[in-house]
Write a protein that binds this ligand. Structure first.
Ligand code: SF4
Length: 306
């Protein structure tokens, strides 16, 4: 059994990634991954990631967080336990001559378009969430195709619940504001569910604040200045479907009337405050994927459901 470490170092929304393009026979050849390597004799995973980060990047990590244990299974390689860390504090300067590959700070928007293992995308998404320590088993076939993933949150049996981030107090609305649920409701929800914050508009690449947009009768999403932002909304919904799939979330609590999150009734596209029947882009995608979607106006129903 092989034991390794991997760390994703993040600063100002950028991840330090390595393009593994230097070593012949590297099983990660030409892929982009984080920093790390084999655990040596008498090393703990923590010792290893500090050493590997220093050797590969020149940076001394400060208090990296131990986030999860990944088990890789493949007919081509020995089974591997990979100890996964994140870090956002470090000392030192980035070295320019890493022997294993080229180091580059990559924005979150570009991250998932890089060539990388399919399973890496799963734990990269998980690491963005406020979730407990997790065990993730990834099974690949001989061609490097991911066959299955099996996720367990350690010591936490609560059911995952996707929840609009603005209902949790995140200032992600178009006007930079938020619509938090009461403390009592949040406490009741947290007791039953593992809350997974999502915001389709931010995940789709829209900034905060931004101009308001509404879903039109023809299915496009148009900003108040007439610009078509449909693709951003679709991109955000796609990201949220990934979160739902990776975490096995079957329930969502979304913000009513939003062109992304609204369910049942949304603004009609005229920017006059008029409501019409319909679902926002993210809500519709989740419903189609079999997720039960509630709005905050139905939160009592959800508090009674487990
Ligand atoms: S997209 Fe959803 S989570 Fe994001 S601000 Fe709008 S309603 Fe809230």
């Amino acid at each position: 059994m092989k034991n390794t470490t991997l760390c994703y170092i993040e600063q100002d929304g950028m991840y330090l990634m390595m393009h593994r393009n230097k070593k012949n026979g590297d099983c990660n050849r030409d892929k982009w991954i984080g920093i790390g390597g084999h655990i040596e004799e008498n090393e703990s995973p923590y010792d290893c990631i500090l050493r590997e980060a220093k050797e590969e990047t020149g940076l001394w990590l400060q208090a990296p967080s131990y986030r999860g244990l990944i088990t890789f299974c493949s007919p081509c390689y020995e089974t591997e336990f990979m100890h996964l860390f994140t870090a956002n504090d470090f000392d030192g300067s980035l070295r320019a001559d890493c022997p294993e590959g080229d180091l580059q700070w990559i924005s979150r928007e570009k991250l998932f378009s890089l060539p990388m293992w399919e399973g890496d995308k799963i734990f990269l998404h998980l690491m963005e969430l406020p979730v407990p320590f997790f065990h993730l088993k990834l099974t690949y076939n001989a061609d490097g195709v991911l066959l299955s993933h099996d996720l367990q949150f350690c010591g936490d049996s609560r059911e995952p619940l996707l929840i609009s981030a603005c209902l949790l107090g995140t200032r992600c609305r178009y006007d930079g504001d938020t619509r938090p649920l009461s403390d009592a409701v949040l406490a009741s929800l947290s007791a039953r569910y593992l809350l997974i914050p999502i915001c389709g508009e931010v995940l789709g690449g829209l900034s905060v604040p931004r101009l308001p947009a509404e879903l039109q009768p023809n299915g496009t999403v148009i900003r108040s200045d007439g610009v078509d932002v449909t693709q951003k909304y679709l991109d955000g919904a796609l990201e949220i479907l990934k979160y739902a799939g990776y975490t096995n979330a079957k329930i969502a609590l979304l913000k009513a009337r939003s062109p992304s999150c609204g369910r049942g009734r949304i603004y009609d596209g005229s920017f006059t405050g008029t409501l019409t029947d319909g679902d926002g882009i993210t809500a519709a995608a989740l419903i189609k994927a079999g997720v039960r979607v509630y709005t905050e106006e139905e939160v009592d129903l959800l508090c009674g459901e487990s």
